[in-house]
Design a protein around this ligand. Structure first.
Ligand code: 3DU
Length: 225
């Protein structure tokens, strides 16, 4: 059994969403911003582009969160989680609408590897609240807590929802929030609403100077303290 020695610690409050699709860019951007981010989130764009072995190359710089939005029957969920944690990821993002048994299997598998599970409670894009109504999002957040997840994913584009979901989960679970920058959300508003980390992708990795861009977000968050 592999154990990921991963302290999910908040230093800057930023998670980089690394949706570039080739290894050279992935390493270039990660190297540039490693001091500015607490973790790097990877997903289908990078893993399909480069293979899962990219995890061992990037985890030298930061803990890696696998954003596969896992949403299947418990057995398939377990097989996916095992691959992710064996590859060296520190955490995985899963969907919560699959229900308690699927979620329980993800948490159980993560625990076997010393890894963490984040549950998507509501998505950040304009259509994200089409099916995920306020009540359903809250139920998913409550289920995430009951299932022993480490945290939830809540939309930085709707800070008022971050606040409501924080009220549902209390102080024990973490909130990571995508939607800052390219999708129009503000890092400061999202952290003020109760998020522990903002997730920032395009506005950092597409910038001419990714480090300077990450520094801007970092200082925006620091001003709140
Ligand atoms: O919009 P950005 O480029 O900053 O990237 C946001 C990242 O977060 C991206 O990887 C996307 O797939 C992920 N994400 C959301 O944007 C919204 C969600 O509700 C969940 C994940």
């Amino acid at each position: 059994m592999t154990t990921n020695h991963f302290e999910f610690q908040r230093k800057t409050g930023i998670i980089l969403a690394l949706d570039v699709t080739d290894e050279e860019n992935a390493i270039r951007v990660t190297e540039a911003v490693a001091d500015m981010v607490d973790a790097v989130k990877i997903g289908y764009p990078l893993v399909l582009g480069t293979g899962l072995q990219i995890v061992s190359k990037l985890s030298r710089y930061a803990p890696i969160i696998a954003d596969f939005k896992v949403a299947d029957i418990p057995n398939t969920d377990r097989l996916i989680c095992e691959h992710v944690f064996k590859a060296g990821c520190a955490a995985i993002i899963v969907q919560g609408f699959t229900g308690p048994d699927s979620l329980a299997e993800c948490v159980k598998t993560a625990n076997e590897f010393g890894g963490k599970v984040f549950v998507v409670s509501e998505m950040s894009h304009p259509g994200g609240d089409y099916f995920f109504t306020d009540e359903i999002s809250k139920e998913i957040a409550a289920l995430a807590k009951k299932s022993g997840a480490f945290g939830i994913v809540a939309p930085a584009t709707r800070p008022e929802r971050v606040k409501e979901l924080r009220a549902v989960i209390g102080a024990d679970l973490k909130i990571i929030s995508p939607g800052v920058g390219a999708q129009g959300g503000s890092a400061a508003d999202t952290i003020k609403a109760g998020a522990d980390w903002v997730i920032v992708g395009r506005s950092i990795y597409n910038a001419a100077d990714p480090k300077a861009e990450a520094e801007k977000v970092k200082s925006e968050i620091e001003k709140l303290i």
